[in-house]
Structure formats: C-alpha cells, structure tokens
Design a protein around this ligand. Structure first.
Ligand code: BES
Ligand code: ZN
Length: 654
C-alpha cells in the first residue's frame, strides 16, 4: 500500500483518543514467518471517539478479537487499522504475521547475521504489530517468545524474566515482564546465540542487579571495557544525579547490523558491536572513550527518556539533548573535562553551525516533521545539549539538580515536553526563563559582537555587547536570546582582574538578553584583555577584534583550559583566513615568528597537561574553516592548513 508523506505540526498535538495500559505480546519466532499475538487492554480517553485507529506497516493481519469475540468491523487503510464501534474499555486481541528476513528497513523485527533483533525508535513498532505507536501511550509490557532452542538459545526482551519452559518439539520459551509503563519505541526483542559476560552491581539502596553483556561467539576477550564502563555509569548517575537503576537485570546486546550507535530499550540496550568491543591490541584510546560515552549515554536514558519519556517526537531533544549533556558530564567527571569540552565545541563549530546555516536548519524542537528519522540531528542532539548546559551555567549545579529533582518528581512515569523541563528548572531556581525558552523555537547561530572601551580617568572598562541572528525564510524576524556570556579580565602580566561594579562583585557569567547591552566594570587600572565566552558558555559565534598579542597572552595565561585552546584557535584562524586570501592571489604564505614563539612556549611549558597541548596544536578542521569564509575554496583551505602544520613541524623540531 502506498502511503502519503504528510507533514505533522507540533502545534496541532492532540492527546490520543484511546490509550493502552497493558499489553501481552506473544512471538512465535521464525526468520521468514513470525506470528505475533498482541493482547492489549484499551481504554477510551475521548468520549466523542468510537473508532480505534492503530498504526501498522508491512503486516499480514490474521484475526481480530474484542473481549474474546471475533471482530469484523474494521478496515485497513494506508498504514492504519481502523476498528469501528469499539466499547469504552476492552481487551483487543490481534494476530498478525511478519517476515523478519525480508525486513531490510531495519525498523521493527529483522535479521542481523544469525540474530533476530528489533529497532523500534522512532516508529518501528508498527512493523511488528498494529498499535498506538506514539510515545505518549505508555503500557506495561509482558512478552513471551517461543523459538527453536538450538538456533536461538537466548530469548530476550524488556524487564525481568518471570518464566520459561520447553516444548517437546525442540523449541523453548521465555516470558519477560516490564512493570514500568513505556511507549512502544522502547520495546525490544533479541533471539540468538551469544557468549555472555555476567557481572553484578549493588545499587545505592542495596538492589542487586545482574549485568549481562551478550556478544558474538568468540568476542568475550573484547567485552571487559564495556562492562567496566556500565558499572561506572551506574555509580556516577547515583552520585551526581541521584538516579538509581530500577530492574533486577540490565542487558546489553552487541550486534553487527545496527543503523545507529546504540538504543536505550528498557532493560535491554542494543548496540552496534563497535561501541561495545575493544581490546588494547587493536583499539585506540579514542575507541575506549567512545565506548564509555555510548554505554553511559544509553544507560542514562533509563531516567531521561525511559522513566520520563517524550510526549511527541517534536520533543526529541527533551531526552536526547539532556542525555547528551549527561554523557558529556560523565566523560568529563571521569576523564579530562577540558579535552571533552574542546572536542564537543569543535563538533558544534565544525558541523552543527554548518547545519544551522543550511537549508536543513531547524530549531532544537522542530515545528514540523515529515519523516521523523531525519530529525536525529546534530541540532537536536548537540545544540540541544548546549541548551541544557546553558541552563546549568545559569542555575549552577545545586539549583540545576534541584530542577532535575522537581522535573523527575512531576513527570516520572509519564510523557513530558521541553516546556515541562524548563518550567521545572524555573520553579526550582526562581530564575525567570521566559526569554530563555526562545532557544527551543529559534533556529540559527546568533552572532555576538563585543566592542570595548577603557576610560582611564574613571578606571572603568566597558563591554558593549550586541547580538543578532540572521533571518531565515521561515523566521524572518529573529528575537534576542538569553545568552549566558562567561568572561574574565586579565592584565598584561596575565593576572586576573576581579570583576566589580559599584562596589559589588560581579558574577563572571553576564546575562546578555537584549539586542544591545553595555556592561561596566570598575577599578580596572589598565586596559584589560578580555577572555570571552569561556567554556563556550553559549552556542554562538563571537566577534571581538583581538590582537595577536592578546590572544597569545590568553593562550598562555588564561585560567580556563578551554579559553586557552580557544585563544589558540582564534590566533590560528587569523592566519588561516589571511593565508587563504594569499593562496588565492598566489602570494607566499606566512606565519609570523611571534606566533610560532607563542606556540613554542606552550609546548615547552611543563605545567601544561600534554592532552591540552595536543589540542592546542590541533588545527581547526577544513569543515570549520569553511564556516568562516563567504566562498568556500576547498583547495586553498586544504593547502593553508597543510602549510601551517608543516611550518609548526619544522619550527618545533628545532
Ligand atoms: N535513541 C538513540 C538511538 C536512535 C536514534 C534510535 C535514532 C533510532 C533513531 C540513542 O540513545 C542514541 O542517541 N544513540 C546515539 C549514540 C549516542 C552516544 C549519541 C547513536 O546511536 O548514534
Ligand atoms: Zn540517545
């Protein structure tokens, strides 16, 4: 059946007419012909409604019963099953057939090597059975799986295992129960043969959790790091966020054929094997860090995504932006905070800024969607995480955690919106976030321009700050945003000048909320060097006319490692831009001696962390440089970057 590709709009959200509170799923597994029986407890929510419309794709319908009676008042239409004249509350039994072997879209139940495996986010469950396949329908799932015992010794699904048995024809069955209500996108099923790494974890309150990591036969020697990472993630989430695991077992399965990196199905995470397996002989440090981050990310979804899920897919950043923020913090608390920050900001500048300036640009909470799968973007994920980080910067850790607690208390076990999240942050902190909410609806990267003025006679320093976001076809008029701008001032010796105004200390995070604003600092004895947008305190582009000397000083003396790196990048950017023009005009490329000397002194600074040094000497990517120029001359950019690398290599070798 062909299907209309229809746009859906956020503003037209409607609560569902019906909900499903409990579902019993029964799978008779076979790669070519799997029979699915779904017994759902259905409840009417809208008294005006009397037809139940279920989603379903590529399904062969066998039978429908309502309250045990065969039901014929239904029709199938463009991806929907429309059941008429249904009562207020009833038990719906649907039997249908699917073909996992022929399922090549990798949504629903499919075959990966010898494994039967599911992927249901965002709208894959409708490839398994007819259902209300939307995230605001939360049901308790019980799943019984029957399959051939020799081909599929492991039969897994969400929740705790409650029963199992054997039939006398070589098959066996396992029954799982997940008592946490969840949307269908978090359903998972795995059948196959694996090697298993078992461990256990005792949670804060004393729950003994079995940990099981399922890998392809022969891969156990590469499973340890994922298990270590999982236990670290569980401990970290308890200590930093107060979130504890809630089932008796936590399973991770590594499969080769997986579109994405990994998926947070309740109690049964499914991973692309490359984010699970590593051994020192073949994996790089980066591989190890990635595994830690992805294992953490999916684990952290247990609260931010699963216990509290999204009302509709427009709210995707509610779980993804927040969970990326959480996995970034996990990596930073357990590793190098500055290196993590530098890498995340590089990704933002090189790729998210480009997306935000492209025809694909969309707000972190999109307004309209045709195909949901196209919205798992850097904007929703990475810019979404930056928006959460700005809240953290504005509130501070303590109030941010108070906001998280309030959000959890209000919405645990339900489907929430981005607005709900910001509201909890506002209510817990008493900070007015009205303006801040624009980050959710306005697309594009703001440009923050800073001009300064030193008044020697008053010993005053002024920062004139303006912000502008370029208009786009769907948002002609852009509004000013609430931008937390973290700053510091230095004297020419590299000492910090305390921020004060009218006899009072001023917080280093300035609240930029208007199109134009001036901040005044007193008791500044000499023209200072400003360190601006420390820690990349907002996802904006910054324009301030630094001199080479100022940047060299910040690179050497800034108290914040990120600020040092950022100064190095700015210094390099000056000469990259200049050299791109020179290259185009066929002039010689240049890198002045004072730049080389500044970098050399960092290299020789024994107090500087070697990992930071490595970052300071990493040139901006060609993608990022492309963001700085009106017309992208890829060859010139490439040659200039190579020239600087060569120059550094030659000069530093001496
Ligand atoms: N929920 C997603 C996986 C997903 C994305 C499923 C899109 C279906 C469609 C998961 O939590 C996720 O975000 N995974 C990331 C890795 C993570 C470390 C950012 C991925 O798969 O790339
Ligand atoms: Zn995620």
């Amino acid at each position: 059946m062909t299907q209309q590709r229809q746009e859906k709009y956020r503003q037209y959200y409607q609560v569902p007419d019906y909900t499903i509170t409990d579902i019993e799923l029964d799978f008779v597994l076979d790669p070519a012909t799997t029979i699915v029986t779904a017994i759902s407890r259905v409840k009417r929510l809208n008294s005006q409604a009397n037809v139940l419309i279920l989603d379903g794709k590529n399904l062969i319908l066998h039978t429908i019963h309502i309250d045990d009676k065969p039901w014929t008042a239904y029709r199938e239409e463009a991806g929907k099953l429309i059941i008429e004249s249904v009562p207020d509350t009833f038990v719906l039994k649907v039997v249908n057939e699917i073909n996992p072997l022929k399922n090549t879209v990798l949504e629903g139940l499919y075959v990966s090597a010898d494994v039967l495996c599911t992927q249901c986010e965002a709208e894959g469950f409708r490839h398994i059975t007819y259902y209300l396949d939307r995230p605001d329908v939360l049901a308790r799932f019980t799943t019984c799986i029957i399959a051939d015992k020799s081909s599929y010794p492991y039969l897994l699904s969400n929740g705790n295992q409650i029963d199992k048995g054997e039939t006398n024809d070589g098959r066996h069955w396992v029954k799982w129960q997940d008592h946490f209500p969840k949307p269908s996108y978090l359903f998972a099923l795995i059948a196959g043969d694996f090697d298993v790494l078992y461990d256990n974890y005792v949670s804060q309150s004393g729950r003994n959790v079995t940990l099981a990591l399922f890998v392809d036969k022969g891969n156990l020697d590469r499973a340890d790091w994922a298990m270590v990472s999982l236990k670290n993630a569980m401990r970290w989430d308890e200590t930093r966020f107060g979130y504890e695991y809630d089932l008796d077992i936590y399973m991770i399965v590594a499969v080769d054929c997986f579109n994405m990196g990994a998926m947070e199905n309740k109690g049964l995470n499914i991973f692309n094997a490359k984010y699970v397996l590593a051994k020192t002989e073949t994996a790089t440090d980066k591989d190890y860090l990635n595994i830690k981050a992805v294992i953490g990310h999916e684990y952290f979804h247990n609260w931010t995504g699963n216990r509290i899920t999204c009302r509709d897919w427009f709210q995707l950043s509610l779980k993804e932006g927040l969970t990326v923020f959480r996995d970034q913090e996990f990596s930073s608390d357990l590793g190098s905070r500055s290196v993590n920050r530098i890498e995340n900001v590089s990704l933002m500048r090189a790729h998210q800024f480009a997306e935000d300036a492209s025809p694909m640009a969309h707000p972190i909470r999109p307004e309209k969607v045709i195909e949901m799968n196209n919205f798992y973007t850097l904007t929703v994920y990475e810019k979404g995480a930056e928006v959460i980080r700005m809240l953290h910067t504005l509130l501070g850790e303590e109030q941010f955690q108070a906001g998280m607690k309030l959000y959890t208390a209000r919405h645990d076990g339900s489907a929430a919106t981005c607005d709900d999240f910001v509201q909890a942050m506002q209510d817990a902190s008493n900070i007015d976030l009205t303006l801040f909410r624009r980050w959710y609806s306005q697309l594009g990267t703001p440009l923050v321009t800073v001009r300064d003025e030193y008044l020697a006679e008053k010993q005053q320093y002024l920062l004139h700050i303006s912000q502008i976001t370029a208009p786009t076809s769907d948002q002609a008029e852009k509004l000013p945003l609430h931008i937390p701008l973290d700053i510091e001032l230095y004297d020419t010796q590299g000492n910090v000048i305390p921020l004060q105004h009218s006899g009072r200390a001023v917080h280093s995070v300035l609240n930029v909320v208007k199109v134009e604003q001036t901040f005044v600092f007193d008791q500044v004895n000499s023209p200072p060097i400003p360190s601006l947008l420390r820690e990349f305190s907002a996802p904006v582009k910054l324009d301030y006319s630094y001199t080479d000397e100022q940047l060299a000083l910040l690179m050497q003396y800034a108290s914040n490692d990120f600020a040092r790196w950022d100064a190095a990048q700015s210094l390099l950017s000056i000469y990259i831009k200049e050299n791109v023009v020179r290259q185009q005009q066929r002039e010689d490329l240049i890198l002045p001696q004072h730049i080389i000397d500044a970098f050399k002194s960092v290299l020789l600074d024994e107090a500087c962390d070697p990992a930071l040094k490595a970052q300071l000497f990493t040139l901006p990517s060609e993608n990022e440089v492309a963001e700085w120029v009106a017309i992208i001359d890829a060859i010139a950019i490439h040659n200039v970057i190579n020239f600087i690398i060569q120059k550094f290599a030659n000069e530093m070798a001496a």
